[in-house]
Ligand binder design. Structure first.
Ligand code: GPK
Length: 833
């Protein structure tokens, strides 16, 4: 590796090498220096915002020291690296995580106190980095934490959106979206104005012949947009390893800024061109489990994929290895189909730019990529019209046609004359408007395809991708059950619980090997331990109750059972089933005598989550929840017996406060629809029990914690299709409890009934696709069991302790190790301090 500084001058560099602070004094010195120089303020005008900024800058400097070491080590070792391509990274706040991963939180806490601030207030100043919608984006963030903590040489690649997921406001019970402009001050990124890639769009393809008579494609004309790298350091826990998340931002290329126009006085339109270029990375599409085929989205995808691949190839070429070694140096994981164009782009680079033969190039491509599927919902499977491709990426469309041709020829050879099969597996869907099926392209261009929980991986192999299992064999398809990082979701979100566990397991090793949690199982019967456990839970509930009081002015009793469902609002996730259950509970309470009512177990039903702005039904569900809350919470007959809370603007930092306060959490999707779920893992790890369906990772959670520690109900996935069929072809009957709920809504008790007409008829008149009516009775029965069991607090807490003890499997460390071994074939690379 070449160094820019010649040997004789390196001594000065070594002598002055930045070490970074290690103690309180060093930290304070850095904070004061940043307040007084970087921020140009002083002790006379340092508010909490400035104190946060300075502390964050101090930690950023500290991280970058480790980051430099890690990158140098990786460059020298030149071993295989993993590249995780994701359109979403839902990182949340960085500072608390950085402090904990570096083991410097106490240093910072004491230091800030010396300087006149409380660390919690300072942490609270940070704006979430919300570059994601929900589970898929948060999974990517947990993976980055695990990759660094396990010392894997890994890079994340994504887009630097100027606007992350919108901020949700609730106005008169309705969701209102407000833009999330989060880049005003972001100390966690390093702009790399020297790391740029020019990206081409539109234009046309000219073919010529080289000296050997081989046909060569030239993609010409069109427009150029420049990608600029912004690097975000990702610290591992209890290791100096600090990986890189590289986010691309778009700007007009300097060649593109039209000086002709400018000189002719057409200043406005030259600036407009500039803005058009910047639009590419301007905004995150706010859809979860839904694809809408917008041109700008495809532009985003190609922009990001092309810039990332250019970067990866540039790094590979430095090593001067032969192309066939590329897959020994590079593993690229596709987080859903969003980066599928990377397959086509690498083939294009190898064939058009590097002059490799098609077959040799294709062998390299397919050995490099792995594809993770995150959903079986048909409306979420990406398809792009051939026309749009032809217009935006003409050369890529040709390559897709060739990939498809060679693939179909191989299928034809193996399964002669099965024309139905050929049309079923063709990358091109021969519909009215021809479409490119991205999932098929991803499968054909990868060496492994995985689902994210056992049931989900089985389902993709037996339903949406079954023809591909026939063609490629079952070995190409695998399962990697999702996981979560225990650093953020236990240690950071629930420090007291983490401390209690550490006190019984001999320190914090469990944060690196979560299976060590099994050592706390022996304390499930220990009175003293249970008492401490219950105190921590209660304190977490008090904290949430205070937050509810301050934001919604509703008083909730922390002794009540806290029942939480927070996640994106979607019909398949069935928040409607939950709120119908709440209405049923309310009606039942109203029908009781006051004495009887008092004997019931008090409950707080807590909801939260965003609806995609264009998802009308999801917005109606939010509206109904809020209307029910307005009635129930103000009904003097009800008092503490039932409260219904909708928490505005659910995001990562709110999750860190809400999840530790749960007694019960709801994961009640229609069986077969939730690929995995990851909040189910977070809730149990924080000492709550689940009410859930046999879906996604709920099934494996049951296997781990034991059937007696989870409240399962509802239709099984193998019965879903038959039930749907029955709904459509026979009279679909609604049981009396659900009918009464509908009647109450239609009576106008919860606001204008017409607002909720469509929600009711979806169940009653339009086939009840999500099986709300089928599962309603068993849902109510199971909630009754929850009430009964909660009354026995000793046994309840014992169940929670046993469950936490058995959650080791769900660490994202286990999950990343499975990817590393089974898909990427990469080894950790230890960085010395
Ligand atoms: C799946 F397809 C998608 C999507 O567009 N967005 C998203 O968040 C989620 N997901 C699944 O819905 C979850 O079940 C799963 O746990 C998560 O991805 C991570 O795999």
């Amino acid at each position: 590796v070449e160094a820019s500084i010649p040997e004789p001058q390196r001594e000065a560099w070594t002598k002055h090498q930045v070490q970074g602070f290690t103690d309180k004094d060093g930290f304070e010195k850095e904070v004061v220096r940043h307040v007084e120089t970087t921020l140009a303020r002083s002790l006379y005008n340092c508010d909490e915002g400035a104190a946060y900024s300075a502390a964050a800058l101090a930690f950023r400097d500290r991280l970058i020291t480790n980051w430099n070491k890690t990158q140098q080590r990786q460059t020298f070792a030149d071993s295989k690296r993993v590249y995780y391509l994701s359109l979403e990274f839902l990182m949340g706040r960085a500072m608390d995580n950085a402090m904990l991963n570096l083991g410097l939180k106490n240093v910072a806490k004491d230091g800030m106190q010396d300087l006149g601030f409380r660390i919690e207030d300072i942490i609270g100043q940070e704006h979430d980095a919300a570059l994601g919608n929900g589970g898929l984006g948060r999974l990517a963030a947990c993976f980055l934490d695990s990759l660094a903590s396990l010392d894997y040489p890994a890079w994340g690649y994504g887009l630097r959106y100027r606007y992350g997921i919108f901020k949700q406001e609730i106005i008169n019970g309705y969701q209102v979206e407000v833009p999330d402009y989060w880049l005003d001050f972001n100390p966690w990124e390093f702009p790399r104005h020297d790391v740029t890639v020019d990206i081409q769009f539109y234009g046309n393809v000219r073919k010529s012949q080289d000296e050997n008579g081989k046909s060569v494609a030239h993609w010409e004309g069109g427009e150029i947009v420049t990608a600029v790298a912004y690097d975000v350091p990702i610290p591992g826990y209890a290791t100096p390893s600090t990986n890189n998340l590289r986010l691309w931002s778009s700007k007009a290329s300097s060649g593109e800024f039209d000086f002709q126009k400018f000189n002719n006085g057409d200043y406005e339109s030259s600036v407009a061109d500039q803005q058009r270029a910047e639009t590419i990375s301007a905004v995150l599409y706010p859809n979860d489990n839904l694809e809408r085929g917008k041109e700008l989205r495809l532009k985003q995808q190609y922009f990001w994929v092309a810039a990332s691949l250019h970067d990866i190839v540039r790094r590979f070429k430095k090593s001067k290895r032969a192309w066939k070694e590329f897959p020994d140096q590079v593993a690229i994981q596709l987080n859903d189909t969003h980066p599928t164009l990377a397959i086509v782009e690498l083939q294009r680079i190898l064939v058009d730019k590097e002059n490799l033969e098609w077959d040799e190039a294709w062998e390299i491509v397919t050995s490099t990529f792995g594809y993770t599927n995150h959903t079986v919902l048909p409306e979420a499977l990406e398809k792009w019209s051939v026309g749009l491709f032809q217009h935006l990426l003409p050369r890529h469309l040709q390559i897709i046609y060739d990939i498809n041709l060679f693939f179909l020829q191989s299928v034809e050879k193996k399964f002669p004359k099965d024309h139905d099969l050929l049309s079923r597996v063709s990358i091109i869907e021969e519909s009215q408007v021809k479409m490119v099926r991205m999932a098929y392209l991803a499968i054909i261009g990868s060496h492994k395809v995985n689902g994210v929980a056992e049931l989900h991986s089985d389902l993709i192999q037996t339903t949406i991708f079954r023809d591909f299992v026939t063609i490629f064999g079952a070995d190409k398809f695998t399962n990697v059950t999702n996981g979560i990082t225990p650093r953020r979701w236990l240690h950071q979100a629930n420090p007291r619980l983490s401390e209690l566990i550490a006190s019984k397991t001999g320190g914090y090793d469990f944060l690196k090997d979560l299976t060590l949690l099994n050592q706390i199982e022996q304390y499930a019967g220990d009175k003293e331990f249970r008492k401490e456990w219950a105190e921590i839970k209660y304190a977490n509930k008090v904290r949430l109750a205070k937050y509810i009081k301050s934001t919604l002015d509703v008083t909730v009793n922390p002794a009540a059972l806290f029942d939480v469902q927070v996640k994106r609002i979607h019909e398949y996730k069935r928040q409607q089933l939950n709120i119908f259950g709440v209405i049923h509970r309310y009606l039942a309470l109203k029908a009781m005598s006051p004495e009887e009512r008092k004997k019931q177990l008090p409950r707080v039903s807590i909801f939260g989550g965003k609806a995609a702005p264009g998802y009308w039904m999801a917005k109606q569900i939010i509206h109904l929840i809020n209307n029910v809350g307005a009635v129930v919470n103000n009904d003097p007959d009800i008092g503490d017996q039932l409260k219904v809370i909708f928490l505005e603007d659910y995001n990562v930092s709110k999750a860190e406060m809400i999840i530790p306060a749960n007694d019960i959490s709801e994961h009640i999707s229609t069986a077969g629809t939730e690929a995995s779920g990851t909040s189910n893992m977070k809730f149990v790890l924080n000492g709550g029990l689940i009410i859930g369906t046999c879906d996604g990772a709920n099934i494996e959670i049951t296997r781990e914690v034991g059937q007696e520690n989870i409240f399962l109900f509802g239709t099984l996935s193998e019965d879903v299709e038959d039930l749907r069929h029955q709904h459509n072809y026979s009279n679909h009957s609604i049981d009396s409890n659900l009918s009464k709920v509908f009647e109450a809504i239609q009576s106008g008790k919860f606001g204008e009934p017409n607002d909720f007409g469509a929600m009711i008829s979806a169940v009653r008149d339009h086939g009840d696709y999500y099986l709300v009516s089928d599962d309603f009775e068993s849902y109510l029965d199971t909630q009754k069991m929850v009430d009964t069991e909660y009354r026995n607090q000793d046994e309840w807490i014992a169940k929670c302790i046993r469950s936490v003890a058995r959650m080791g499997f769900f660490s994202s460390d286990r999950c990343i190790n499975e990817y590393a071994e089974g898909i990427w074939n990469v080894e950790p690379l230890v960085v010395k301090n």
